[in-house]
Write a protein that binds this ligand. Structure first.
Ligand SMILES: Nc1ncnc2c1ncn2[C@@H]1O[C@H](COP(=O)(O)OP(=O)(O)OP(=O)(O)O)[C@@H](O)[C@H]1O
Ligand SMILES: [Mg+2]
Length: 554
């Protein structure tokens, strides 16, 4: 009562532990947190970017250069920082590559916004300016982009190689680039409208440790990393009838709680006989369909293994669900879920061979309805193949996007500098304070060449000056050769990126920055700074940044 009567005294509606920050404090806090995230990944950008080693709470080690992987493994629990991590995730989902670029641009947009806020420019003007600039930038990207012929293997290979540079895959980019292009082309179909559809679901990536990366290969069909369940089974077939089954080939336990009471040896024998009979029946059912090979997603009883071997049927158990799904595409089989109703129609056809040294089965579909290729990646150790797999995943996505979308750009900062230049021209036509935001947006794009230079140990300012001069001169594809420090036509030099990924990076970075800028009030039920500003923060750059930022504000 007394509180309400006191003029100017705010009513207390929040709990004791909750924290609140308003206006500039809130903005500043959010911007610091978001920028800390961007800072954390920018040293990995580009061919000369470094890797990060991430150690999980369980002690698992990941060594990577991939923006989205770093952020996902980093265990970030600051809410604003998480919004920036989402930028990387959206980028990964939509484009498969460019996650570091997207996050770095988002961070730079916020940094430049902070300067504008300090000049008392209202956040809504900045947001509006950023939206205008982002839309215009995407138009310009489209305008600058070149069209690719989806059959142009040489160009697609460059796209794959650009995406792999700086990653573990780079050392063997010649071979891997070719494998990726071949894989994408194997699953590309022409659409009715003349465009191209790429179905990456038909590309399976399998990894194998022990041999060197240059022994990676692209195989028609599937590779299954399993052993036959019985040593006496045949392992090689010309045109095998293949059954895929997702139920166990075991005795059915009708009632799990049923207690088995055996009063006499005869009874026990009877029980065992009935089990044997059941298993024999199942194997007979399999044989009756005409199957030569069975891939089972679940377990196979020892006795059933023995019966199958006696019938000369190859059986493999505990095959991954995803592999069963892929085998379905490769062999044209349908998945049997109940042996009682299994029939010859459910089977697919494939040539099967066994690689005893690698303990792998190669399954190549021979029917009419066969799709699917497998990229078998090899590497000496687990960490090597894991990072290889991430790099290859990015490159596959990028080449697929390029084939489907048909537009490419010159990389190495060329597109960013060109778009920035065009945005500055455009800014002149924008009224009011939004104009400053459009200019700030242009500056933010130039972060990309600056960081590429920085990470290569070059002078960022000099590089930018040279690049701007080249673009003012009309050299639209002038970018940075990070190996020599020269400004070159990066498209000619083979640094080629898909336009779609750039557009996506621009729009998700803008959205995230605007989301953060719109907030003027943070109300937290608990402590806002994750892990306080104490010693835990010393380890990671983002936590350190946030803790520091908060400490100053409270
Ligand atoms: N040989 C090269 N010379 C100059 N720049 C290059 C070269 N190869 C790639 N780049 C540039 O490097 C940048 C991409 O770097 P990187 O792959 O590390 O980050 P990302 O694609 O944004 O994120 P991520 O791959 O982690 O998802 C692009 O701007 C690209 O143009
Ligand atoms: Mg990349």
């Amino acid at each position: 009562m007394s509180q309400q009567r006191m003029q100017g005294q705010p009513m207390i509606i929040l709990g004791e532990d909750s924290q609140r920050m308003k206006d500039r404090d809130a903005q500043s806090h959010n911007i610091q947190a978001a920028r800390a995230v961007a800072e954390a990944v920018r040293s990995t950008l580009g061919p000369k970017g470094m890797d990060k080693m991430l150690v999980s709470s369980m002690g698992d080690v990941t060594v990577t250069n991939d923006g989205v992987t770093i952020l996902q493994e980093m265990d970030i629990d600051n809410p604003t920082a998480s919004m920036i991590v989402e930028v990387a995730e959206t980028q990964e989902d939509e484009a498969g590559d460019g996650t570091t670029t997207a996050v770095a641009i988002a961070g730079e947009l916020l940094k430049n916004a902070e300067d504008l806020l300090e000049q008392d420019i209202h956040p809504t003007a900045i947001i509006k300016g950023y939206n205008l600039a982002s839309e215009k930038a995407r138009e310009e990207v489209n305008e600058v982009a070149d069209h690719v012929d989806p059959e142009d293997e040489a160009l697609l290979k460059k796209v794959a190689e650009t995406s792999m540079t700086g990653k573990g895959a780079e050392l063997n980019k010649e071979l891997l680039g070719q494998l990726i292009v071949d894989a994408v082309q194997a699953v590309t179909v022409e659409a009715d409208d003349g465009g191209h559809i790429v179905d990456l679901e038909y590309v399976n990536v399998e990894t194998q440790t022990g041999r060197s990366v240059d022994q990676s290969e692209l195989l028609k069909g599937a590779v299954i990393d399993k052993d036959p369940v019985h040593p006496d089974m045949p392992t090689d077939f010309e045109a095998a009838d293949v059954m895929l089954i997702n139920e166990p080939i075991e005795v059915e336990e009708t009632d799990v709680d049923a207690e088995l009471k055996v009063d006499s040896p005869e009874q026990l024998q009877q029980f065992l006989d009935s089990e044997e009979k059941q298993l024999r029946e199942k194997v007979d059912q399999i044989a009756a369909t005409g199957a030569d090979v069975v891939f089972c997603q679940k377990g196979i009883d020892d006795l059933a293994q023995h019966f199958l071997a006696k019938k000369g049927i190859l059986a493999v158990r505990r095959v991954k669900k995803s592999d069963i799904k892929f085998l379905k595409e490769v062999t044209g089989a349908s998945v049997v879920s109940d042996l009682d109703s299994a029939e010859a129609d459910d089977l697919g056809v494939a040539t099967i061979s066994r690689d005893d040294e690698d303990e792998l089965f190669y399954i190549e579909g021979t029917g009419d309805e066969t799709h699917g290729v497998t990229l078998l990646l090899r590497g000496s150790t687990g960490h090597v193949v894991d990072e290889l797999e991430r790099g290859i995943g990015d490159a596959l996505d990028v080449v697929a996007t390029t084939v489907a979308d048909g537009r490419v750009l010159a990389g190495g900062g060329a597109i960013e500098v060109e778009v920035a230049r065009r945005l500055r021209d455009y800014a002149d036509s924008v009224e009011g304070r939004e104009q400053l935001a459009v200019e700030a947006f242009a500056d933010s794009l130039e972060l990309v060449p600056r960081v590429l230079a920085e990470n290569a140990g070059l002078d960022a300012i000099d590089t930018l000056v040279d690049l701007r001069a080249a673009h003012d001169d009309g050299q639209v594809r002038a970018g940075l050769n990070v190996f020599t420090g020269d400004v070159v036509d990066t498209f000619e030099a083979g640094v080629v990126e898909p336009a779609h990924a750039k557009e996506q990076a621009l729009s998700s970075a803008t959205e995230a920055a605007n989301l953060v800028l719109k907030i003027d009030d943070i109300i937290a039920a608990g402590d806002l700074s994750t892990g306080g500003d104490g010693d835990e923060d010393a380890g990671g750059p983002p936590a350190g940044g946030m803790g520091g930022g908060m400490g100053g504000m409270m």
